[in-house]
Design a protein around this ligand. Structure first.
Ligand SMILES: *Cc1c(COP(=O)(O)O)cnc(C)c1O
Length: 470
């Protein structure tokens, strides 16, 4: 090793001494000792590594301290934290799908910090069932006889298949074997539930006779899967629920629909894009319908199965129901969300997902103008130009994929910096990432998914700070 490298290595500070040094006292004030020392060690190790590589000319204590400061700051940052969504994708799976309504948040707070009636029947003073908190509400809202809620809709599908079709046959159309949300695949859940999948029809066309021919003494379930994020156009044909119901009755095999989105209201404003309601599928004769809690319902992550009491009772007794059960916080949020849904108008106002989906474009203009004004007041026209543009928001989460939801966005055209650089700043260099859309070197901020005025001001401040640092 060259002489001067040895000399540099000797100059490296000692971990314990640097940890206790005056410059770092305030930095480490509320950091556990072990965490603090690990950070000091890793910063020193990095310099040592550079010396050995030959890429360090000197040991600069100020640099090491600056590096430690940044690492301490990052170590305090929660991994799971708030994000501002200006992407215009309402049910954004990567950003946590549906923000909860205020009443749902209050309900979570109320049960989370103390004891609760989770499995306690306070009327009869005996052990109660955790299913009871949401079952009646789901029945009122969907017309079902009974219901059960589990961890998510993937879990609901698995529970149904495991109970009714383990080592038996399930008939499903080839046109419905889709992958949803990156990792939910019907054939995989089938395999996991040890159900034998009998595929019928072709990708684009499945007829009733395809199902009829596949019926055997081994058939345990007819499955219909809502294709969610996938839409076929052209020569397509699928079998309606009412036709399947006739077949199911004739053969004495239950009919189950995995609906995915789980909308409770007829969202007539979406015309052809509107998804069938849970109530309509049950009315058409489905014995069981399952759907997500955090898609069009706008509640917490959950999977709900609604349908005939005789079948739901079987699901409740399955060992998987225990493994997939909901915790008290989710149940509290789900119960509160369902309660709001008893009044449709209240639901459209108070459940953020439903409110964002149904706010008319014209009601968003004022928000867009406010954002543009804030930005124009603080960012020089030499740095960027802002404009209000017509754009399209998306429902996301595999719901209503073809639905163009008209919206306003504020666009940024760059004179200094670039869309790429601003994006890196907004997402990676802030405690609260701000997610936008990029299109042709322009940043677009869709105001539909910005939740309140605080978020609006924060976006403006962040963009101002980006141009100031340049
Ligand atoms: C979204 C979806 C699922 C998965 O639901 P999760 O709640 O995300 O587990 C399953 N089936 C369909 C049809 C879906 O749209």
């Amino acid at each position: 090793m060259p002489q001067d490298n040895q000399e540099l290595l000797r100059q490296l500070p000692k971990v314990d001494e640097l940890f206790l040094s005056r410059e770092l006292t305030s930095v480490f004030a509320d950091v556990p000792e072990k965490v603090g020392k690990d950070i000091v060690r890793s910063s020193i190790d990095e310099v040592r590594h550079r010396i050995l590589e030959g890429s360090a000319q000197a040991v600069d204590l100020a640099d090491i301290i600056a590096d430690i400061r940044v690492k301490v700051m990052l170590s305090k940052r929660s991994s799971l934290r708030h994000v501002i969504n200006a992407s215009g994708i309402i049910i954004h799976t990567n950003l946590g799908r549906s923000p909860l309504a205020d009443a749902a948040l209050h309900a979570v707070l109320e049960v989370a910090g103390g004891y609760s009636t989770l499995e306690y029947d306070s009327d009869r003073r005996v052990r109660g069932s955790r299913h009871a908190h949401v079952e009646t509400l789901i029945c009122q809202l969907t017309g079902a006889e009974a219901a059960i809620a589990v961890n998510n809709n993937a879990a609901a599908v698995m529970l149904v298949l495991s109970e009714f079709a383990c080592e038996k046959e399930v008939i499903v159309s080839r046109g419905e074997l889709v992958e949803i949300g990156g990792s939910f695949r019907v054939p995989d859940i089938m395999a996991l539930s040890r159900a034998r999948m009998i595929e019928v029809g072709t990708t684009n066309k499945t007829h009733l006779y395809d199902y009829e021919r596949a019926i055997s003494p081994e058939t345990a379930l007819l499955l219909k899967v809502h294709p969610s994020n996938f839409k076929m156009i052209g020569f397509t044909e699928s079998v309606s629920l009412s036709e399947l119901k006739e077949l199911s009755t004739k053969c004495g095999v239950p009919l189950y629909e995995d609906q995915g989105s789980g909308v409770l209201f007829d969202l007539a404003c979406f015309k052809d894009c509107a998804e069938p309601t849970v109530a309509s599928s049950l009315k058409l004769g489905c014995d069981l319908v399952s759907f997500s809690g955090d898609k069009l319902l706008g509640g917490p992550q959950a999977g709900i199965v609604a349908g005939s009491k005789q079948y739901i009772d079987r699901l409740k007794k399955h060992p998987l129901a225990r493994a997939l059960r909901l915790d008290k916080m989710t149940l509290a949020a789900l119960e509160a969300t369902l309660r709001i849904c008893l009044d449709e108008q209240r639901a459209l106002n108070e459940i953020p997902t439903l409110r964002m989906l149904t706010t008319p474009k014209k009601d968003l203009l004022q928000t867009a103008e406010r954002l543009k004004d804030l930005l124009e007041k603080s960012v020089s026209t030499n740095d960027a130009r802002f404009a209000i543009v017509d754009e399209i928001s998306r429902a996301g989460g595999g719901s209503m994929p073809l639905c163009d939801i008209e919206t306003y966005a504020v666009s940024i055209d760059f004179r200094q910096g670039s869309a790429e650089k601003l994006n890196a700043y907004l997402v990676s260099q802030r405690d609260t990432p701000i997610v936008t859309r990029t299109h042709d070197e322009r940043i677009l901020m869709d105001v539909r998914t910005i939740l309140n005025d605080d978020e609006l001001v924060e976006i403006s401040n962040a963009i101002t700070a980006f141009f100031m640092q340049r």
